[in-house]
Ligand binder design. Sequence first.
Ligand code: ADP
Ligand code: MG
Length: 604
Amino acid sequence: MVEDPVAKWEEFIRSRYWDELLELADSYPLRRSLSIKFPDIDRYDPEFADELLEKPGPLLEAAETALLEIDLPIDVVLEKAHFRIVGLPRRHKTSELRSDHIGRLIALEGLVRTVTEVRPKVVSAAFECQRCGHLFYKEQTTSKFQEPYDCPNEACDRRGPFKLLLDRSRFVDAQNVRVQESPEELRGGEQPQTLDVQLEDDLSGIIYPGDRVVINGVLRSYQRTTQTGKSTYFDLFLEGNSVEMMEQEFEEIDIKPEDERLIRELSTDPHIYENIRKSIAPSIYGYEEVKEALALQLFSGVSKGLPDGTRIRGDIHILLVGDPGIAKSQLLRYISKLSPRGIYTSGKSSTSAGLTATAVKDELGDGRWSIEAGALVLADKGIACIDEMDKMRSEDRSALHEAMEQQTISVAKAGVMATLKSRCALLAAANPKFGRFDKYEGIAQQINLSPALMSRFDLIFVLTDEPSDARDSQIARHIGQTTYAGEISSRGGYSKEELEAVMDVIRPAIEPEVLRKYIAYARKNVFPVLSDGARERLESYYVNLRKQGQDGNKPVPVTARQLEALFRLSESSARLRLSDEITGGDAERVIRIVEACLRQVGVD
Ligand code: ADP
Ligand code: MG
């Protein structure tokens, strides 16, 4: 135990953070926070540092007293300055928090899901006794407003009534945010756990839904109340001390040197396209072109910032339209698990935030408005898989136009305004309006999506369930073997040969774990550029498409968006084999996939 923590902090600041403190004093009160790296405290006095982690409450209070009392060469009083501690040794996920952590200083890592408006919160309430006129202050330390019990004036000592004097009370800005585990840390289908965090003063209003953050603070608990009274169960919240943004430093997936060697080796295999295609949803039969397109979506094109400040997305949006029962949902689920930061959701169900984002009241505390992130914000830098997109809410419909092209989502409701990032690829599925697809009708009339929205997809596949003896028996056999393999592996008791024989049917050419690393590696390190040959081929193909499209009855108009789509897809095609150059071969591959889409849409 430190005897005199205020003196200890003063000594620490004088010896290690004096320049930073002078800088703060210079810009005070515009800037009010002194940011201290935990390792510096640890090097200064490891025991003191440990004590800070164990019993942060009194030590953090002492630190702010030290800021107030320390002698400065300039004439300011750091009355409302804060001591912010960053760089704690270990970062926790919400699901790891246990009762042992209560009262300790911890680092919480995650994705911001909801934020409330910033509103004043009273920290020191001024009261006037209506009997004797005595003015006094009551510090507000909990979230429940504390009223005085009796008048502190000895001569009076009566129990009020008291009048709250707003203009004499002291307020700070305050905000609640809800943090959830990052989607890439969840095993398929697991529900993310959330934790609410209280932020005050200059920490409020700086983070938005969809941000990846580390919030350092003290874990607190409060008693739940139910209809029958107080419960023995307690809930947790974090009292925020500092916020670290993770935008840049976020490590996607840990790729070791031996992984890199394996990835490089796989990439030189002449069958790499086939191998990757076969590794996507191997339990689903057929759909070669769709799976090839999904592979390109996983690898993604390259996003580009133009000199005028605008940005062209690299993410590839794909729409699967088709009859019920043809494995659309299965494909989406598979991709959401395979993709780093993949999210699966349905257009009709999901949370109040829906697909984009929304402003909700009362979700997070005291009747304040809060902004909640939907799937496209939470999938930032990943893939949002949206099933039954035709059934989405009307608010989402209009917001999607912006989300798919500018990759931002604007919320403006009841005075709450924010622009959130949604730099994700969209993989959507939709069923035809009338139950089954009629191949003699245009697709635009048969799905409940506007042409403007459809034109934002890079690829649209129409999958129909036409009975065909050969295909049906193939699917039947495939499903039969898949089911059998699943049964065998879960029941056990079969010989190794038997197992090998059935598992061969559904074994991916590249294991999902390896493929995830491969994709992450390529997206991080490979930025291919067009060769002249590829550019010419794509441009002349586009000009031809435009010519064909002029008769005006095409379901989706051919616009410059399609040319961008062609470039994006070929970038991804080159990326897939870790090539820095987009070749004529990439152009041909992409044209073949686009042609397959157009044939199904019924353009020719
Ligand atoms: P959709 O979303 O298109 O209505 P689902 O994804 O729910 O269809 O699929 C229905 C069922 O049919 C799933 O169990 C799926 O595995 C099976 N199925 C349909 N087509 C195939 C196929 N080509 N290969 C393997 N299974 C299939
Ligand atoms: Mg479905």
